[in-house]
Design a protein around this ligand. Structure first.
Ligand code: AMP
Ligand code: ZN
Length: 459
């Protein structure tokens, strides 16, 4: 069966035909690491993880790159606030990101490029764009000249006025055209910066992904993914930059975008303030149930998140692990996932339909009487579960696990530490002891050092 995927650019499902079947390439825009990521950010990580698992099953080599954006004005602001360098902030929140999505059974990608490791590649690409007449330097900035690329707007389907409004671009005096966007911008002495032919500065966000794709995957890639909000301006700009820097070579075979995870039908986002961090969600719900909940809607549809979403997911997994537990003494045979399951996933990753097939196999396993039939159905259930990244634990572990007992709500820990520091500064030692006891209850050990209070989890 051919895999068919919806291409945002052509606005239809297309048969997936990699440019080189011996090396399939996929790039997904990862997080900007300046704070705790929310469960909406986990959606693309989980969705493209399922696609990665499917592709690995079919092709000998899949190179999947998911980047870390570790230079950004929001990281600068967090570093200034905490009086540390940007790499301290980036490392802390990249580690937290890995832990959180790891708990959701998201496999590490083949490559995880960091933007700050690719400044020379970005500079080279910017120079190429200038030489080819698609970019120009002005007042310490380098800008991409949008009118130089007539197909600009094809991905997002926006007209010129929408584009200018949507990108919320500054109408700066040094721009030749109001839609022109920044490839490089100057840094003041207090901000991170790198030497460049246009003075000390830092990259614009869009050029980072174009340069990392070029460096690791090549000029043309098979799949480029991310959330729906990245279509414009981020991906529109990546497409313009990469195509123009490569003299017109096609950039991406299939553009894929996941729909939003919402709360009360509003996009979950830090700026709205309606977020549930993955960490917080993991305190009450096992990571695998969060994953199941994320996959319970088709990836292009919005997914409205509520307690009900996670309760349902947990209950379904309890039922499925219950089936596996009943069949614990049956040795599963080596099986492929059943055809209907595979067909569902091949139809633009129809995970809800694939999950319904999983439930159907479980029902058949519940009522099967022949040992050979049970072995076959159990084999199918496990094989299908592996493609979705679920049902791979021992049922006894699933039922025994307190949801991720080792993970704590870091913001709560930091709040308690700050409150204790404040109480100590005010010489209110009984109050300080009360906060220490609260931390102890969470399983957190603290240590007072010259540079501040450090904490770790009890072994
Ligand atoms: P950011 O760090 O905001 O650039 O987001 C990282 C990834 O999460 C991008 O692919 C975004 O499109 C995606 N994303 C952000 N918010 C949501 C949401 N509410 N639902 C689904 N995906 C999201
Ligand atoms: Zn990107």
């Amino acid at each position: 069966m051919p895999l068919s995927l919806y291409n945002t650019l052509s606005r239809r499902k297309e048969a997936f035909k990699p440019a080189d079947p011996s090396r399939v390439t996929m790039y997904v825009c990862g997080p900007t690491v300046y704070g705790y990521t929310h469960i909406g950010n986990a959606r693309p990580a989980v969705v493209f993880d399922v696609l990665f698992r499917m592709l690995r099953d079919r092709y000998p080599l899949v190179v999947y790159a998911r980047n870390i954006t570790d230079v950004d004005d929001k990281i600068n602001a967090a570093a200034t606030r905490d009086n540390v360098s940007i790499d301290v902030i980036a490392k802390k929140f990249a580690d937290i990101w890995h832990e959180d999505i790891g708990a959701l059974n998201v496999l590490p990608p083949s490559i995880e490029p960091h933007a700050t490791d690719h400044i020379p590649q970005m500079l080279r690409m910017i120079e190429d764009l200038i030489v080819r007449g698609h970019a120009y330097a002005a007042e310490g900035h380098v800008l991409f000249n949008v009118p130089s690329y007539p197909r600009y707007g094809a991905l997002s389907g926006r007209n010129r006025d929408d584009m200018i409004a949507g990108a919320r671009v500054e109408v700066a005096p040094y721009k030749k055209d109001p839609a022109d966007f920044v490839l490089w911008k100057p840094s003041t002495p207090g901000l991170p910066g790198w030497d460049s032919p246009w003075g000390r500065g830092r990259p614009g966000w869009h050029i980072e992904c174009s340069a990392m794709i070029d460096a690791h995957l090549g000029e043309t890639i098979d799949i480029h993914g991310g959330g729906h909000d990245l279509i414009f301006p981020h991906h529109e700009n990546e497409l313009a930059q990469s195509t123009c820097a490569h003299g017109g070579t096609p950039f991406v075979g299939i553009w894929m975008h996941n729909g939003f995870l919402t709360m009360n039908r509003e996009k979950m986002s830090k700026s709205v303030g309606n977020i549930i961090s993955s960490r917080e969600a993991l305190r009450s719900t096992p990571g695998e149930a969060l994953r199941w909940a994320i996959l319970s809607a088709h990836y292009r549809q919005p997914l409205d998140w509520s307690d009900d979403t996670t309760t349902q997911a947990k209950r379904t997994l309890d039922r499925l692990y219950g089936t596996l537990d009943q069949a614990a003494d049956i040795e599963e045979s080596d099986e492929e996932p059943p055809e209907a399951f595979t067909v569902a996933l091949e139809d633009d990753l129809n995970t809800p339909a694939a999950m319904a097939e999983i439930s159907a196999i479980a029902r058949a396993l519940n009522t099967a009487t022949e040992t050979a039939e049970k072995a076959r159905l159990k084999g199918q259930l496990l094989a299908a579960g592996a493609l979705l990244g679920v049902l791979q634990q021992k049922p006894s572990d699933w039922f025994a696990a307190a949801p991720k007992a080792k993970l704590v709500d870091v913001s709560e820990v930091e709040r308690l530490i700050a409150a204790r520091t404040q109480a100590r500064a005010e010489k209110n030692f009984s109050e300080a002891d009360r906060f220490r006891a609260a931390l102890d209850n969470l399983g957190v050990v603290i240590e007072d050092r010259a540079e501040g209070t450090k904490w770790r989890m009890k072994e």
